[in-house]
Design a binder for this molecule. Structure first.
Ligand SMILES: [Zn+2]
Length: 265
């Protein structure tokens, strides 16, 4: 028996004991043990939310992409090109940018923030968003989180988009315009709906309160949200804001759904 053997065995025994303890007393121990990576359930030492391996698995969206929708192109069609989709069905917003593709890992993060009360993920996700939206925030007047209906906000206790907007605001110095947009219709969840159904679902759901119109008149605003799927929610928001007097509305999200095949024009 040598010292080396006992040294090698020590950590594995400690890990075994930790695992054995963690299972029956998970609730109590989770308060004391380092947080787990929401994607792979490994302990995370730092305040990064995901472990380093899982962060590396995210797929950042970089140019070339459609300058309007922010959807990545498979090859570079040249500068300033819009996608077929942006031309055929132009949104009310001017530009949308997303930090990463909405894949397995991104979904885990978004769900952990939204439903898992993992507000500690907001600073890192917000940093990704701020980086992806540097061109947008450079000349924007205010950020605007996509609002929840008060009933959902009450049930969930926080608005994940507002948490992200707060971080982006701190990093960029662009203020958050609170209360400039209100969700006046409690729309059902968009999950499982077609693109047309989604657009119908959110039609008339957002309104700029009368007292907020002077607050946003002539301003360049950026809507902040966690995920962009069909874009119908942010489009409805942008419509309401433009009707309310805003000069330009851009969109900034953490993750966006990207179809597997989408050729540029
Ligand atoms: Zn992980």
């Amino acid at each position: 028996m040598s010292d080396a053997t006992s040294l090698e065995r020590a950590p594995s025994r400690a890990a075994r004991i930790a695992r054995a303890l963690r299972a029956p007393f998970r609730l109590a121990l989770d308060l004391a043990l380092p947080p787990l990576c929401p994607a792979c359930r490994e302990p995370v030492g730092s305040a990064l939310g995901l472990c380093a391996d899982c962060w590396a698995k995210l797929s950042p969206i970089t140019r070339p992409y459609c300058e309007k929708l922010g959807i990545p192109f498979a090859y570079d069609p040249g500068p300033g090109i819009f996608s077929m989709q942006a031309i055929a069905d132009p949104p009310a917003y001017a530009r949308a940018r997303a930090a990463v593709r909405y894949d397995e890992i991104a979904r885990t993060l978004v769900h952990a923030l939204k439903y898992g009360d993992r507000l500690d993920l907001a600073p890192v996700m917000g940093r990704w968003i701020a980086r992806a939206g540097a061109e947008l925030t450079a000349d924007a007047d205010a950020l605007l989180p996509v609002p929840l209906h008060w009933r959902r906000l009450w049930a969930r206790r926080f608005n994940q988009s507002a948490a992200l907007a707060k971080v982006v605001s701190e990093l960029t110095g662009v203020a958050v315009a609170h209360g400039a947009l209100r969700r006046v219709k409690a729309t059902p969840q968009q999950v499982g709906l077609s693109k047309n159904e989604r657009a119908e679902n959110v039609q008339g759901a957002f309104r700029v309160p009368k007292e907020a119109k002077s607050q946003i008149a002539g301003l360049h605003l950026i809507l902040v949200d966690d995920v962009l799927t069909s874009g119908s929610t942010v489009d409805a928001c942008a419509r309401a804001l433009l009707r309310g007097g805003a000069r330009q509305v851009d969109v900034l999200v953490f993750a966006r759904v990207v179809d597997a095949v989408r050729a540029p024009i």
